[in-house]
Design a protein around this ligand. Structure first.
Ligand SMILES: Nc1nc2c(ncn2[C@@H]2O[C@H](COP(=O)(O)OP(=O)(O)OP(=O)(O)O)[C@@H](O)[C@H]2O)c(=O)[nH]1
Ligand SMILES: [Zn+2]
Length: 207
C-alpha cells in the first residue's frame, strides 16, 4: 500500500459511533455554547435536523470508493486518449473547522484496457467530499482511488475550491480560490499529457 495516503479509509465502525440521542445532545450543547436556548420552540427540533443533515453531509464515511470504481468496462473501440470529466461541483467540510468547502473537481485519466462509467468519476468525488477533508487529501484520495482500482496509464485531478473558514471567519478573505492538482503515471511522466489536460480545462471558458 502506498504510504503517502490511505485511499480507502475504513468507514467508521458502527460500534465506535455515538448513539443518535448522544449526537442530538451534543447539538444541544453547541446550541447553548452559541448563547441560544435549545428549549425554545424554534430550536426544539434542531438537534434532530442537524443529526439528519450530518448523515447526508458525511455519508462518504459509509461508502467504499473501490466498490464504486470496481465496475469497469473493457474498451473495445481502441480509444486510448484522455477522458476528462470537468467542472464536477462538490460540497465538502474542512477538517479543521467543520465549515464548508465549495468547489469543482476536474478528473481525467488515460485508459489502458478498461474504462469507467462516467458517473462513477463524479460518484468517487462525492464519496471523498462527504467526509471531513483538507483539499490536498481530497485531491490525493480521488486520484489514488482511480489509479489503484482502474489501473489506467495515468490519472490527473485538479480541484478549485473556496474554503468558507477563510471567508466567513478567521482571515475573512471572500472569494479566494485554492487550486490543488495531482498526477500519476503518464500525466506525471510526460509534460505533453499534463499540457493537454490543462488545455482542455482552459477550454471550459471558451464555450
Ligand atoms: N492546507 C490546508 N489548510 C487548510 C485547509 N482548509 C483549511 N485550512 C487551514 O487550516 C489552518 C488551521 O490553522 P490553525 O491556526 O490551527 O487554526 P485557526 O486558529 O482557526 O486559524 P485561522 O483560520 O487562521 O483563524 C488555517 O490556516 C486554515 O486556512 C485545507 O484544505 N488545506
Ligand atoms: Zn477550515
Amino acid at each position: 500500500m502506498d504510504a503517502r495516503v490511505e485511499p480507502f479509509p475504513e468507514p467508521a465502525a458502527a460500534d465506535r459511533r455515538p448513539s443518535r440521542a448522544e449526537a442530538e445532545e451534543a447539538v444541544r450543547t453547541l446550541l447553548r455554547w452559541t448563547g441560544d436556548d435549545p428549549t425554545r420552540e424554534g430550536l426544539r427540533d434542531t438537534p434532530r435536523r442537524v443529526v439528519d443533515s450530518y448523515r447526508e453531509l458525511f455519508a462518504g464515511y459509509d461508502q467504499d470508493a473501490a466498490e464504486i470504481l470496481g465496475r469497469t468496462f473493457e474498451e473495445v473501440s481502441g480509444y486510448d486518449d484522455i477522458v476528462l470529466v470537468k467542472d464536477i461541483p462538490f460540497f465538502s467540510h474542512c477538517e479543521h473547522h467543520m465549515v464548508p468547502i465549495i468547489g469543482k473537481a476536474h478528473v481525467a485519466y488515460l485508459p489502458d484496457e478498461r474504462v469507467l462509467g462516467l458517473s462513477k468519476i463524479a460518484r468517487v468525488v462525492e464519496i471523498f467530499a462527504r467526509r471531513l477533508q483538507t483539499q490536498e487529501a481530497l485531491t490525493a484520495q480521488i486520484t489514488d482511488a482511480i489509479d489503484e482500482t482502474l489501473g489506467p496509464r495515468g490519472v490527473a485531478v485538479m480541484i478549485e475550491a473556496e474554503h468558507l473558514c477563510m471567508s466567513m471567519r478567521g482571515v475573512r478573505k471572500q472569494g479566494s480560490l485554492t487550486t490543488t492538482s495531482r498526477f500519476t503515471g503518464a500525466f506525471k511522466d510526460h509534460a505533453q499529457n499534463q499540457a493537454h489536460f490543462f488545455a482542455l480545462l482552459r477550454g471550459r471558458d471558451a464555450a
